[in-house]
Structures are given as C-alpha cells and as structure tokens.
Design a protein around this ligand. Structure first.
Ligand code: HEC
Ligand code: HEC
Length: 197
C-alpha cells in the first residue's frame, strides 16, 4: 500500500514537473542556450555541456513575474509554439530559426535567470519588438560575443580539457547583470568598482 502511494506521488510529481518551466531549469544548462551561435539548434547546448552544472547559481527574486509574463505570451501564441520565431515576432535579428516556445524560454531562463533580471531590464512591458532600452541591443551583441568565444576563440586554444568547451550567458553573469563589478573587480587589474572604465 505504502509503495503504491509513493509511486502515485512520483507520477504526479513527474507530470507537474513536465508541465512547468521549472522543469526546464533542471533539464538544461543554466542560461539555456541563448549564448549559442545563431545557428545553434533549438535546445542544443553549445559545447554540449552536461545539464545541472550551475545549480549553485543564486536564485533571483523575479522568477514568478517572468514565468507569468512568458506564460501569458505562450497563451497569446497558442497553436504557433512550434513556428519559427521570426515568422511570428516582428523584430528578430539574431534568434532566427528557433521556435516561438524556445525564444520565450530563452527570454525567461537564458536571459532573465542568467542575469537575475526582470523582462523590464531589456524591454518596456508589452513593447516586446521595440528598441526602448539599450540593454536589448547589448544582449544581441553579447550573443555575438558568446558565439565568437565558442566558435573561434575556445577551439583555437590547445590542450583544453573538455572535448567541446563552451560558455553561455550564465558562465559569466552567474545571476548578476554586471559581472566584473563588485568586490573582486579590482583584482583583475582593471579599474576599481565605480572607477573609470
Ligand atoms: C537581457 C535582455 C532581455 C531580457 C531580460 C528579456 N529579453 Fe526579450 N528580447 C531581447 C532581445 C535581444 C530580443 C530580440 C532578439 C533578436 O533580435 O534576435 C528580444 C525579443 C523578445 C520578443 C520578440 C518581440 C518581437 O516581436 O520581435 C519577445 C516577445 C520577448 N523578447 C519577450 C520577453 C519576455 C517575456 C521576457 C521576460 C520573461 C524577456 N523578453 C526578457 C532581450 C531580452
Ligand atoms: C565572457 C563573459 C560574458 C558572457 C559570455 C556574456 N556576458 Fe553579458 N556582460 C559581460 C560583461 C563583462 C558586461 C559588462 C558589465 C558592466 O557594465 O560592467 C556584460 C553586460 C551585459 C549586459 C548589460 C547589463 C547592464 O545592466 O548594463 C547585458 C544585457 C548582457 N551582458 C547580456 C548578456 C547575454 C544575454 C549573454 C548571453 C548571450 C551574455 N551577456 C554573455 C560579460 C559576459
């Protein structure tokens, strides 16, 4: 009897987990794959790193808000989840070829979670296709930077231990919007925090 109850609980948990975005958090490397080069296949991890590598990253406080905005948009585009992002959204310059669902997941987990920010860090709510904030273009430039590190710079380094070394947004950001600032900044030989850049 006890066994049946435990089994049932496990089944319920699995169903609940697969219905939820939380599932994706555990199932893919932190930061998702937004850092991948534009051609990275949906869901494919650049560099093929194993999942769950960064569960120690700080949990940000905007999870519920981002989840609900992402969910709202998923409902708005119900029936088109699998369509190419650029066929549904109006202003896609880099994330072409991935699905609508995948784009929204990257926004939430790849960007929001990796940087520990709200959607509003890069967008005015509802103006998703507009260029209201400079951080939106920075994020595009960061995708290019990440792609270049993964496609050109890392493969050119000899004797690296991983077979396919790779970075994504979370590798640097680790839950903060501005990596490189803070108490450790002066140790990298650069300007002290708040100093001239
Ligand atoms: C770190 C910055 C950043 C954050 C945070 C972010 N976005 Fe985005 N968003 C972008 C960028 C950059 C694009 C355009 C991608 C491109 O050009 O390929 C975009 C595009 C979009 C689009 C497509 C709009 C269109 O019609 O072109 C939607 C919808 C969207 N974001 C929703 C969200 C939601 C919802 C959240 C929070 C869960 C979010 N974004 C968080 C940077 C961000
Ligand atoms: C190699 C390390 C590295 C990677 C990888 C990286 N970033 Fe950054 N990012 C930085 C640094 C450093 C800054 C500058 C912070 C500052 O202003 O001092 C920054 C700044 C930003 C900013 C501006 C934040 C603000 O509030 O001013 C955004 C947005 C951003 N990154 C998004 C991304 C996204 C999205 C990805 C993945 C596609 C990414 N970054 C990958 C290192 C990185």
């Amino acid at each position: 009897m006890r066994r049946i109850v435990v089994g049932l609980a496990a089944v319920v948990f699995v169903i609940a987990a697969s219905l939820s975005f939380i599932h994706s958090v555990g199932a893919q490397p932190p930061g998702g794959t937004p850092g991948g080069p534009p051609g990275t296949p949906p869901g494919g991890a650049p560099g093929g790193r194993p999942p769950g590598g960064m569960m120690s990253a700080p949990v940000d406080s905007f999870v519920a808000e981002r989840d609900s905005l992402a969910k709202e948009l998923m409902q708005k585009y119900a029936g088109k989840e699998g369509a190419p992002a650029e066929s549904v959204f109006k202003n896609i310059k880099i994330l072409k070829g991935i699905t609508v669902e995948n784009l929204l997941r990257r926004m939430n987990l790849g960007y929001g979670r990796s940087l520990g920010v709200r959607c509003q860090h890069c967008h005015v709510l509802g103006h998703w296709d507009e260029e209201d904030k400079p951080t939106k273009q920075i994020a595009r430039d960061m995708m290019v930077l990440t792609g270049k590190i993964n496609d050109e710079l890392l493969p050119a380094i000899k004797n690296i231990k991983s077979e396919k070394p790779g970075v994504n947004c979370g590798t640097c950001h680790r839950g903060v919007a501005r990596p490189g600032t803070g108490p450790m900044a002066s140790q990298r030989g650069g300007p002290a925090p708040g100093g001239p850049r």
